[in-house]
Write a protein that binds this ligand. Structure first.
Ligand code: PNS
Length: 168
């Protein structure tokens, strides 16, 4: 039987930390489906479709990874993909409480789906999409945080949204 996992998240935008989790979890399964959540309460910087495209660019050399958008519950998305595993990254203890609660909730909803956690590589332990958006909004160098091919897209969008920060 094919071992399929989903890696759900916001990815607004994808960072080297996410990519680290994608690459490592893709080695553990036959197929990894990265799920980009559509229906968030907050307005994302990028539409789900844009986020999917950016992740596709960043993962183009990973043959067993595909990217899809989804709305609704992660467990429903996992079931739809034929996956029994949900992958999440853990950066620090501060992530743990939220992640534990989510994993336990997901198991109550569907006991057949397990969550596995990968601890993010140390060199990306500080990194989040919020950090990327914040640094970019002040015109800072984001090349340490996201793939080179995405820098222009992210910088441009952040500047459209918050052009004033640079002038302060
Ligand atoms: O990248 P994020 O924002 O930390 O990802 C959070 C995500 C998308 C995994 C989580 O919010 C989620 O699974 N949302 C879908 C609704 C759901 O299934 N919630 C879990 C039960 S509390």
């Amino acid at each position: 039987m094919k071992r399929i996992a989903v890696y759900p998240g916001s990815f607004d935008p994808i960072t080297f930390g996410h990519l680290d989790v994608i690459k490592r979890s893709a080695c553990l399964v036959d197929e990894l489906v990265v799920g980009v959540l559509v229906n968030q309460s907050k307005t994302p910087l990028f539409s789900a479709n844009e986020r999917v495209n950016m992740i596709q660019v960043a993962t183009q050399n990973l043959s067993n990874v595909r990217v899809e958008e989804f709305s609704g519950l992660s467990v429903e998305f996992a079931k739809k993909c034929g996956a029994h595993l949900i992958v999440r990254g853990l950066r620090a203890i501060t992530d743990f409480e939220y992640e534990l609660q989510m994993a336990q909730t997901n198991r109550v909803i569907d006991p057949e789906i397990d969550t596995i956690f990968l601890t993010t590589s140390l060199k990306y332990a500080y990194l989040s999409s919020t950090t990327v958006r914040e640094v970019a909004s002040y015109g800072g160098d984001i090349s340490h945080f996201i793939p080179e091919e995405l820098i222009g897209t992210v910088t441009e969008r952040v500047m459209e949204r918050s052009p004033l920060k640079l002038n302060k």
